[in-house]
Design a protein around this ligand. Structure first.
Ligand code: XIL
Length: 323
């Protein structure tokens, strides 16, 4: 088979997704979505800064296009996200709200988005990136004001307003190394369950590298480490997903580097298939042309499955082979 999601379905799993920014001038993107993906994550449209730029002033024009796109094309949506420290407007992060007020602001935000997209969200990232790399909680307006209870509180609100069929996820990066941060994610799953609150899954972002770069000394782990990292949370009775896969390198790419990258994509896919509760994988974009990597990690990039010209890279074959 030469379709990512069809192979994934044959493997008995649910989906292969892409981060999506709808661009009306790029017809190749539309064709590729159709051929290879049965799920997408809105790349920015559902984030707090896009949906509630000032208090209780909700702007849904952009997010609504994604909901409509999913319905029209019969795609799953990984809705992203309710509670995060980043792309959070200053009125929230610098508002100086007390615990009670901040919790009310959180509930209002979650309630409004969850209700509006109730029938389209297959999964929701309820909390994004609450951990430091050493596994402790990251300082943010949420943690600093509410403490670690902000996590179960957010999941409780999410559960209250989403459809019963929508899966609720905790999502973070650098969970793939089976490190203290992975243990931190397991601790979060247990914490939420200890409050008697529903959590269905953990998202492993998997923003990885194929070689040492200045932003990341460790290249994509071996398959066994990836599997062990997934099992650290799936053994607690939740699903796991690779939510934002890309494998960046120092640019420019060379044929040799593209081969190393293809091998990394292959073992990422294999690790998912090896873990029973790994239900799907989302790559963070289609073409290298629009990847977020070069803008954030200077001199790094070429991280996706299609090159600037929408030609399939060795990484595509590697990923497909691993599924
Ligand atoms: C990135 C988007 O790809 C960019 O377009 C945006 O400028 C910044 O955010 N972790 C996440 C994603 O959870 O939301 C981020 O997406 C990448 C890192």
């Amino acid at each position: 088979d030469d379709s990512l999601y069809k192979s994934m379905k044959k493997a008995g799993r649910s989906f292969i997704g892409t981060a999506l920014t709808i661009r009306t001038n790029e017809t190749r993107e539309q064709e590729i979505v159709k051929a290879d993906f049965n799920s997408f994550t809105p790349e920015n449209a559902m984030k707090w800064e896009s949906t509630e730029p000032s208090r209780n002033n909700f702007t849904f024009e952009d997010a609504d296009r994604y909901a409509a796109y999913a319905k029209k094309n019969k795609l799953q949506i990984h809705c992203h996200n309710f509670v995060w420290h980043s792309q959070l407007p200053a009125w929230v992060s610098n508002g100086g709200f007390d615990n009670k007020t901040l919790i009310a602001i959180m509930e209002n935000h979650i309630k409004t988005l969850a209700t509006r997209y109730k029938d389209v969200c297959t999964r929701w990232d309820v909390v994004n990136e609450a951990l430091n790399d050493n596994g402790t909680y990251r300082s943010s307006v949420w943690y600093d004001t509410i403490g670690d209870a902000f996590l179960p509180i957010a999941f409780r609100f999410a559960n209250k307003y989403v459809s019963k069929n929508t899966e609720l996820f905790y999502n973070d990066y650098n969970l793939e190394y089976n490190s203290n941060k992975t243990a931190g994610a397991a601790r979060i799953v247990k914490l939420i369950k200890s409050y008697g609150v529903r959590i269905n899954g953990v998202g492993y972002q998997a923003h990885l590298t194929s070689e040492a770069t200045s932003s990341s000394p460790s290249p994509t782990p071996d398959q066994k480490t990836l599997e062990t990292a997934l099992r650290a949370t799936s053994d607690l009775g939740v699903d796991v997903v690779y939510t934002e896969v890309d494998v960046r390198m120092n640019t420019p790419s060379t044929p040799a580097k593209l081969k190393v990258q293809a091998d990394a994509f292959e073992r990422i896919a294999k690790s998912c298939i090896a873990v029973k509760r790994c239900i799907g994988m989302t790559v963070w974009g289609i073409s290298d042309k629009y990847s977020w990597i070069p803008g954030v990690f200077p001199s790094e990039g070429a991280a996706l499955l299609w090159d600037d010209k929408y030609v399939k890279k060795p990484a595509y074959s590697g990923f497909l082979k691993g599924i």
